[in-house]
Design a protein around this ligand. Sequence first.
Ligand SMILES: *[C@@H]1O[C@H](CO)[C@@H](O)[C@H](O)[C@H]1NC(C)=O
Ligand SMILES: *[C@@H]1O[C@H](CO)[C@@H](O)[C@H](O)[C@H]1NC(C)=O
Length: 367
Amino acid sequence: MALGPTCYGFLFYIKKHRPELLHYNSKSKNTIMTKSAFSSFLISFAVFPLIVMWVFPHLVSSVSRRQYNQLELPSGTYGPETLVFDCNGEGPYTGVSDGRILKWHGSEVGWKDFAVTSPLRTSRLCDGSSDTSAEHVCGRPLGLKFNQATCDLYIADAYFGLLVVGRKGGLARQLATSAEGVPFLFANALDIDQKTGAVYFTDTSTRFRRWEFGIAMESGDNTGRLMRYDPKTKKVKVLLKHLFFSNGVALSRNSSFLLVTETNANRVLRFWLEGPRSQTRDVFAKLDGCPDNIERNPKGEFWVAQNPKFDSIGTPLQTNISALKLDEEGKVLRVLNEEFGSLSDVIEKDDCMWLGSVLQSHVGMIL
Ligand SMILES: *[C@@H]1O[C@H](CO)[C@@H](O)[C@H](O)[C@H]1NC(C)=O
Ligand SMILES: *[C@@H]1O[C@H](CO)[C@@H](O)[C@H](O)[C@H]1NC(C)=O
């Protein structure tokens, strides 16, 4: 794995949540940034965004002219990694650090419990938890999408695989925990073909669990997979493997292709589902940050949320590009440049933008 900037600021994260893992980092060869890595970092993360902003000022939208709000999560929790609205347009719903899937009921009521993924979970043990070492007991729901016809919520949980829960919520039912005999270790994101009900989802690694994501990144792990779950046959098919931290998934508007982000390769891959290139892949977009979730908006454009890169001693490399909007050809239409810290998800709904983040304790909202 190349030296230099790494995704996600994992050193900060590990310092906070898994301090014992620092031993691993201190022994790693990757902690020294070479001169050439430093200059490539300068070009990629300081000069390039400035050039983009200077040449294409219209691409850089200023949020300050619009109203920005934050919806604080219940006390102790953080990490609303993805956001989703249900078949009646209610929500958003989000999965948080203590394993709950919460639903937003408006500012009067706030967040209420909707569903959980772990049969082992108890409120006493888990509610309000931000402890990554409890996630395998409490659950860590990351990917969420509603089937618009049935109003069932499909869930990719990092520890409990692919699950589904009905419109009343409660304990979700497990649908799949492995593919081709290899267990999912880090189910992450999903999208649903609303015509067929097929669920496309990622497993980020078959070697590392979610709490080890820093090591997965630093080691250049490429065991990520993209898969399809067929609700009729209840079978899982592997579409792509050997992915570098496969993360977000989005279908194109007419389901002719599927996009998957590879966080640790700083790119978005396209997997063709129809046409002459069906079942083959190509690179849809190269990015300078670490892409997380990707979401299609009603126009068929895609929002890619980006975490900033951090240097090898844990200093954030500010690029001021938190998210990009891409058209169906992968061309950049818009850049969200405000400082939201790390963004994991951008959802457009009714002229409003909702912002999720795996590290923050609130959901952002731009009116
Ligand atoms: C899907 O949409 C793309 C882009 O708009 C178009 O080129 C393609 O022909 C469409 N495919 C089908 C099967 O409608
Ligand atoms: C990023 O934003 C900060 C604060 O708004 C500003 O000081 C800094 O110059 C910006 N950096 C770039 C590369 O635009």
